[in-house]
Each structure stands twice: as C-alpha cells, then as structure tokens.
Design a protein around this ligand. Structure first.
Ligand SMILES: NC(=O)c1ccc[n+]([C@@H]2O[C@H](COP(=O)([O-])OP(=O)(O)OC[C@H]3O[C@@H](n4cnc5c(N)ncnc54)[C@H](OP(=O)(O)O)[C@@H]3O)[C@@H](O)[C@H]2O)c1
Length: 334
C-alpha cells in the first residue's frame, strides 16, 4: 500500500480557516476506475473561492463536505490512464484535484498541457482560471474605453496582476490597490501607472482621488469592504463596477457585509454594478486562452507566483493568501 497523505476538511471554519479546521490523514493511494486517470500531483492551486466552499452558506457552487478530502485546481503527471484520451507521462490540468500526492481525476475533466509552450503551473495562474477571470471581467464586463482609468484591487494577486497588464496592453489607464509598498512598486513595474497601499493609507477615498485625478471609470472590485466604498466615492458618471470577488470578507464570511454604503452615488453617477462569474464565459475560454498565451509568449505578461512547498503546506497557504500574505499567484508545489 502506498501511503498518500490527504487533507480532510474537519469542520467549517469560523472566520479565517486555521490548522484545526483540517486534518492530514494517511490514506491508501486511490485506484483509477474506467474513464479515470491516476495522477501524480505536481502543483495545487490555492484560491479565494475556497473560502466560500468551506461554508454551508448558499453559493454558486456546492460546499466542500466536512469529513471529506479537500479538492481544488491542480496539475499532475498521468501515471495510469483508464481512458483512450490520455497516456502515462501526459501532463494534465483539472479543477478537481484532491489535496493529496496521488489522486484520481475523470479524464473528461482534464486538459492536456504542453510543457514546451509555457511552464505547466501557469495553467493555474496567468493562463488558467485567474487569467481568464481577469480577461473576461475587464474586457467583457467592465468594458473600459481607451484612456479610461481602471482601478483594480488585490492588484498584485493572481487575477489583479493579469488585469493590470491587459489594461496596459489595451491602452487603458490602470491604477493598483494592494496591501504593501513592495506590492505597489512591483505593480508599477508591470504596467500600472500608480498605486495605493490600502493597509497603510488612512484616507483611502482621498488617496484614490489623488491617484485618479480624472476619476474612476471602471473599478474591478476583487475584495469588497472599505476599498469598495472608497472607490465608489470616486466613480465617474456612467462608471462601471465589476464585482469579481469579496476576499476582504473572508474572516466574516457568514456575517453581513461591512462598511458604509453609498447608494446615492450610484444614482447620481448612473453607475452600473455587475457581478462577474467566470463560468458564464465558458464558450469563449479557448479564444481567451490563446490570446493570453500569445501575450505570455511575446513577453507582454509577467506572472508572479508565490510557492509553498509540499502537501503539508496546503492549508497554511490558503490562510496566508486570505490574509494577504501571498505576493503573486498562490501555489503549492507537491
Ligand atoms: N468571480 C469569479 O469568477 C472569480 C474568479 C477568480 C477569482 N475571483 C476573485 O478574485 C479575487 C482575487 O483572487 P486571486 O486568486 O487573484 O487572489 P489573490 O489576489 O492572489 O489573493 C488574495 C488577495 O486578496 C487581498 N486581500 C485579502 N484580504 C483583504 C482585505 N481584508 N482587504 C483587501 N484586500 C485583501 C490580498 O492582497 P493585498 O495584499 O493586496 O491586500 C491577497 O493577496 C478574489 O476575491 C477571488 O474570489 C473571482
């Protein structure tokens, strides 16, 4: 029997997830049934959406069940294939890897990767779910026009770093909000015109006004909370707010939203607020993936990763990302 350390969700967290919410169990390696692949996990993706699944609250996707294995996006090497679609040695990406070194995935959910085209873990970052989210939320939901100011929160993160660079490529005026001076400096280096450190700034509304002297035309809201309110107070007439994520609420997940509300600003600005969900764009993934890959290969997209080492590190990587301690796309190298 091959020992296969597997992360189990013990209970739904209150506030931020912590070590007591998970347990690492030694399990037997799984076997591949018909249509399945047995895969050696190389990379696991750690994403903010996981917080919403660690809760019984209503969501767009089913909750992670307590007592069961944690799952998420991953990349791995096929060891045994019970499907004609793949062969041992193929490198695959799928959205439902178990948090374990050997895992099974349904072949029909797997995408074959070409390691010669880009490092395989980019399929979990700039060329995968976060990159696609940046592409569609900015270009299809926010729809900025050339020269317009686009304010982006969590700007150095997996989604934000790609959104800022696409905004630069397309001739918009990207402004970053991120949680440290080092993150802001890095954002400027990849194409953001300027940025605001929301963790050290005492007057966020004033700081956004200063950084965006012509106002905010499109706000890509990756966080919710006080940043949302400060952006709203700087929104231009006919401004657009794209609600991409609410990671600032991760430590109060099942409680009401926070911060003052400025609904009158919506009326006065005739603004549009629209929720964004990547799944709604599935029909267009191929086109967006090939555009992102082209930009990446031309050197127009920089992809910063924050790598935690070993399967043991997975829950801690999730907590530190939700606290803003990651600098770039949070991954676990297994
Ligand atoms: N709707 C969709 O289809 C979709 C798809 C993908 C991602 N998303 C959302 O997009 C957002 C970004 O995801 P990501 O994968 O790119 O994560 P990420 O930005 O790489 O990591 C999360 C970041 O959130 C920021 N953050 C954490 N707590 C915060 C707080 N209290 N206030 C302000 N910022 C805080 C931190 O950055 P700072 O240090 O800069 O504060 C942290 O680094 C998330 O909300 C996620 O749920 C949505």
């Amino acid at each position: 029997m091959t020992s296969n350390p597997t992360w189990i969700l013990k209970r739904f967290p209150t506030g931020l997830p912590g070590p007591d919410d998970f347990s690492l169990e030694q399990r037997a390696a799984p076997t591949a049934g018909p249509g399945d692949l047995l895969v050696r996990t190389l990379w696991l993706s750690v994403d903010p959406y996981m917080r919403a699944r660690l809760s019984p609250a209503k969501n767009y996707a089913a909750s992670q069940k307590t007592g069961e294995m944690m799952t998420g996006g991953g990349v791995g090497e096929v060891i045994i294939s019970e499907s004609p679609l793949f062969r041992p040695g193929d490198i695959v990406q799928a959205d439902d890897f178990g948090w374990q070194p050997l895992t099974t995935i349904a072949a029909k959910t797997a995408i074959r990767l070409d390691p010669a085209s880009a490092p395989v873990q980019t399929s979990l970052g700039c060329l995968g779910m976060p990159g696609l989210s940046a592409y569609f939320s900015l270009l299809h939901t926010g729809r900025p026009k050339e020269g317009e100011t686009v304010l982006i929160s969590a700007a150095s993160g997996a989604v934000g770093q790609i959104a800022g660079q696409i905004a630069r490529i397309k001739g918009f005026d990207p402004v970053a909000i991120a949680g440290s001076d080092a993150k802001i400096e890095w954002c400027k280096g990849i194409g953001y015109r300027t940025g605001i450190n929301h963790r050290s700034e005492s007057d966020l509304t004033g700081a956004i006004a200063k950084a965006c002297p012509s106002g905010v035309d499109v706000f890509m809201d990756n966080t919710a909370g006080p940043i949302h309110d400060a952006a709203l107070l700087n929104l231009n007439t006919f401004g657009r707010i794209v609600i991409v994520g609410t990671v600032a609420l991760a430590d109060r997940f099942d409680q009401p939203d926070i911060g003052p509300r400025f609904l009158r600003r919506i009326l006065v600005a005739r603004a549009r607020i629209e929720g964004f969900l990547l799944d709604d764009f599935e029909a267009h993934y191929a086109e967006a993936r090939s555009q992102l890959t082209r930009w990446y290969q031309e050197g127009l997209l920089e992809a910063r990763e924050d790598v935690a080492e070993g399967i043991e590190a997975a829950p801690h990587a999730l907590t530190r990302m939700l606290k803003g301690e990651n600098f770039g796309k949070q991954l676990v190298r297994v």
